[in-house]
Write a protein that binds this ligand. Structure first.
Ligand code: ATP
Ligand code: MG
Length: 416
């Protein structure tokens, strides 16, 4: 990609109406546009990051047998009334609207009810189970406070997954597999060591649900963590019973600020009963389907990665999610010879399948180019200039360590 072709502009100054570091940097670097509080447009660079996170999640969910689909944003009021979740007193984040043709619809804040209802068309016998489905979708939530940038949106991308099983045993097998798959996702995103499977307030049948909490200063939660034992407990269930059950002492736990990047939840047969989702067992009896629900905050993760890895110069992307691996910065490009040379390097990197953003703008000063490259956060910066051409070397800088190496063309390609 040529930077001259990228329509997004970077900003030197922080936007006045943005308090969160993640959104400030994402706006300044041209990844998102703030439409209003808690509502962000994803621009080409930002979309690439979102898509890369989605792909990691997709691969891990597919690996445990889940199937991707996409549900609708408009939802039927009756479905949510049946489970007593239409009321604003019960669910505090509803956006609702009225149809011109008459009647009310809800805007999707979650999808348990519609998808459980849909499954009546696909589940009749025990032979149909288990089924695991997931989607990536924009969720709409009327959050009271939206001050954490993309980490708490009123419109945001979530991966939500639902499991439909015959009973507890089948359910638990998938629930446990999902924990491992979730941790694989967070490891691949570079936050595995800082992410804890956290005991939280219970599902419908179980004592606990599980949250995935990542240590993050900008997070809104406080989690009690034992790093050695990899045990974490949410404040809301931190009591004598829980401590006894998990075999930890309160003194062994450290209170840390965390961001909830995912959670998994056991509904037992409650939802199946409420919605009327039953299957016939071998004896021909009608049994309510056992359900679970599994979320990952895709766009919240973008914010968490920015918050955790950025430095005073700007964003630093882990390689797995960076929009481009290399930021190729061309200097002295008004010299035709250097320009042709830089174009050649760009073409070579491109031909080798290395994702590269080429700063091909002749009119921008070097200092500005470097500052912008630091702000945008690609993992590697490569400089081509009159000097590097004469020396036959390239300057390769690692964005994380700041370490610069002079490499020959061949060494450079090998390195990347
Ligand atoms: P929170 O406690 O942070 O409000 P939640 O308990 O409402 O989260 P879920 O409804 O289970 O979360 O949603 C699944 C995941 O979606 C969460 O773990 C989180 O990562 C993400 N998420 C939830 N609300 C938001 C939001 N407003 N903006 C961005 N991501 C969100
Ligand atoms: Mg919430």
């Amino acid at each position: 990609m040529r930077q001259s072709h990228l329509f997004t502009k970077t900003q030197k100054e922080a936007p006045a109406d943005e308090a969160a570091k993640n959104a400030t940097l994402l706006i300044r670097a041209g990844y998102v546009h703030k439409e209003m509080a808690g509502v962000y447009q994803w621009l080409p660079l930002g979309l690439k990051v979102v898509e890369k996170i989605k792909q990691v999640v997709r691969e891990e969910m597919n690996a445990i047998g889940a199937q991707e689909m996409i549900a609708t944003n408009l939802q039927r009021k009756e479905l949510w009334e049946r489970t007593n979740r239409w009321s604003d007193d019960v669910v505090d984040c509803w956006f609702k609207s009225e149809l011109k043709a008459g009647g009310e619809v809800g805007l999707a804040w979650s999808h348990e009810e519609p998808l459980a209802d849909m499954m009546k068309n696909h589940i009749t016998s025990y032979k149909d189970l288990p089924i695991f489905i997931y989607q990536f979708q924009n969720k709409l939530r009327n959050e009271l406070r939206a001050k954490s940038g993309v980490m708490r949106g009123r419109e945001f991308v979530m991966k939500d997954m639902y499991s439909f099983a015959q009973g507890e045993e089948d359910h638990t097998a998938f629930y446990e597999a999902s924990k491992i798959a979730y941790m694989k996702v967070f490891e691949r995103l570079g936050i595995g060591d800082d992410t804890f499977i956290t005991f939280a307030a219970g599902g419908a049948f179980t004592e606990f649900s599980h949250e995935f909490q990542t240590i993050c200063e900008a997070g809104e939660d406080i989690t009690y963590i034992s790093k050695d034992r990899k045990i974490a407990i949410n404040e809301e269930v931190l009591n004598d019973d829980t401590l006894k059950e998990l075999g930890v002492q309160k003194d062994d736990l450290e209170a840390v600020k965390t961001a909830e990047v995912g959670n998994i939840f056991n509904f037992g047969t409650q939802k199946g009963e409420e919605v009327g989702l039953f299957y016939k067992n071998e004896a021909g009896e009608d049994i309510p389907v056992w359900m679970g629900s599994y979320g990952i905050g895709v766009t919240r993760l973008v914010g968490v990665l920015v918050e955790k890895f950025a430095d005073e110069k700007g964003i630093i992307w882990p390689e797995t999610v960076a929009p481009y691996k290399v930021h190729l910065v061309g200097l002295n490009l008004d010299d035709k010879e250097i320009k042709d040379y830089a174009e050649g390097v760009y073409a070579s990197l491109d031909n080798k399948g290395i994702p590269v953003l080429f700063d091909d703008r002749a009119e921008v000063r070097p200092g500005e180019k470097f500052a912008e490259a630091d702000l945008m956060g690609m993992p590697y910066r490569v400089v081509v200039s009159k000097k590097t051409k004469e020396e036959g070397k390239f300057e390769l800088t690692n964005r994380t360590t700041g370490e610069t190496r002079l490499l020959s063309e061949e060494e450079l390609y090998n390195h990347l």
